[in-house]
Design a protein around this ligand. Structure first.
Ligand code: SAM
Ligand code: SF4
Length: 329
C-alpha cells in the first residue's frame, strides 16, 4: 500500500498523456498555446504501462486519463486497451473536451471504460466559443447526447468564471432534471499559462452554492464518496445531481488519494506542487522496478499536507502559472 506521511492512502493515479489540445480555453492556456513537450520527451506507452503496473501492485486501483486533450495523442486507444488489461486496475476514467471522443465510445464501453468527465463550460454556443476560442460546441454537444444515450457514468466539468458563464449555471443544473448526469462546478485556478486572472476569486464555492440555492431553494446534500473533491447536492425531484469543487479554496486536501503523472513523466504528489521528480529520466537511465518504486514511495512519503503547503514549497518556478494542460486537472 502507498501511504503518505499524513496517513492518506494513495490509490488513484491521474495520467496526463499529452499537453497538446485542439481548444484554447482561456482559463487553461493562452491563445498561442504553450511550449508543448517534444515528442521524444513524452513518456512512451510502454513506460506508462510499466509505471501503472508497478503502482497497481502497490494498491493503486483507479486510473484517470487526461491531458491536454487525451484523444489527440496518437493511437491513444492502444494505451487504453493495454491499461484495461491490467488485472489490478478496477476503474479507468477519462476527462475529455469531447471534440474527438464520440467515435471511440463503442470500443471504450467494450473495454469497460464507461466513466467520463466531459468538459463543457457553457451550453450556449456563442459563450462556449468565447471561452474555448474554438467553434466546437455542436461536436461537444453531440458527444454529450451520445454519452447520455449510452447510459455512461457522466460528469460535466464546468469552470465557473465571473463575466463569462454565470448565466449557464442554472441551465446546466437543469440538465439533471430528467437526465442522469452530474454537473460539477469548478472554482477557477490560476493554471492558465499566464498567472492569476483575479486579485480575489469572486465565484468561490460559497457564492456558487448560494447562487444555485437562491434559484432552486433547499438542495439535498449527498454523501460524498471517499477521496471525492466535489461537494455534491441534488435538487429535490431531479434525476441528476450537481457538485462544487473548491479547487482554489482547497478544502478537500485532507482526504486526497491521488498521484499525478505529467506528459513528460514528472511525478506530482499535489496539483499545486511544481513536480517532485521525473520518472522518465530514471527509467531511461536504466532503473530497476525496485528503484522506481523506491523513488515513488519516497515522493509519496513527503506529499504536502495540503495545496497551500505545496504551493509555498514550489522551488524554481515561483508562483502558479503553468497551464493545466501540462498537469491534467
Ligand atoms: N482537455 C480535457 C478537458 O478539458 O476535459 C482534459 C484536460 S483539462 C486540463 C482537465 C480539466 O481541468 C477540465 O475539466 C478543465 O476544465 C479543468 N481546468 C483547466 N484549467 C483549469 C483552471 N485554470 N481552473 C480550474 N479548472 C481547470
Ligand atoms: Fe484543452 Fe482541456 Fe485545457 Fe480546454 S481545459 S484548453 S480543452 S486541455
Amino acid at each position: 500500500m502507498l501511504i503518505d506521511g499524513h496517513g492518506r492512502i494513495i490509490d488513484y493515479v491521474r495520467l496526463a498523456v499529452t499537453d497538446r489540445c485542439n481548444l484554447r480555453c482561456f482559463y487553461c492556456m493562452p491563445e498561442e498555446g504553450i511550449d508543448f513537450v517534444q515528442r521524444k520527451e513524452l513518456l512512451s506507452y510502454e513506460e506508462i504501462i510499466r509505471v501503472v503496473t508497478l503502482l497497481s501492485e502497490e494498491g493503486v486501483s483507479k486510473v484517470r486519463i487526461t491531458g491536454g486533450e487525451p484523444f489527440l495523442r496518437k493511437d491513444i486507444m492502444s494505451l487504453l486497451r493495454s491499461i484495461s488489461e491490467l488485472p489490478l486496475i478496477d476503474k479507468i476514467a477519462i476527462t475529455t473536451n469531447g471534440t474527438l471522443t464520440e467515435k471511440h465510445l463503442d470500443e471504450l464501453v467494450v473495454l469497460g471504460i464507461d466513466s467520463f468527465n466531459l468538459s463543457i463550460d457553457s451550453i450556449d454556443a456563442q459563450r462556449f466559443q468565447e471561452i474555448t476560442r474554438r467553434d466546437s460546441f455542436e461536436t461537444v454537444w453531440s458527444c454529450y447526447k451520445v454519452m447520455l444515450a449510452k447510459g455512461l457514468e457522466l460528469k460535466l466539468n464546468c469552470v465557473v468564471m465571473a463575466n463569462r458563464n454565470i448565466a449557464d449555471l442554472i441551465p446546466m443544473v437543469e440538465l439533471g432534471r430528467k437526465s442522469k448526469v452530474s454537473i460539477r462546478f469548478i472554482e477557477e485556478m490560476p493554471f492558465n499559462g499566464e498567472g492569476s486572472h483575479y486579485q480575489r476569486l469572486e465565484w468561490d464555492y460559497a457564492k456558487i452554492l448560494s447562487h444555485l440555492t437562491e434559484h432552486f431553494g433547499e438542495v439535498e446534500k449527498l454523501q460524498d464518496t471517499q477521496g471525492s473533491t466535489s461537494l455534491n447536492y441534488r435538487v429535490p425531484g431531479f434525476t441528476g445531481s450537481f457538485g462544487i469543487i473548491p479547487a482554489y479554496t482547497r478544502s478537500f486536501c485532507g482526504s486526497c488519494n491521488r498521484l499525478r503523472l505529467t506528459p513528460d513523466g514528472t511525478i506530482k504528489t499535489c496539483l499545486y506542487d511544481d513536480g517532485v521528480f521525473n520518472i522518465k529520466n530514471i527509467i531511461r537511465a536504466g532503473a530497476t522496478d525496485a528503484e522506481l518504486m523506491l523513488a515513488i514511495k519516497e515522493a509519496i512519503a513527503h506529499k504536502a499536507k495540503d495545496g497551500f503547503v505545496a504551493e509555498q514549497s514550489r522551488n524554481g518556478k515561483g508562483i502558479v502559472s503553468e497551464s493545466m494542460a501540462t498537469i491534467g486537472g
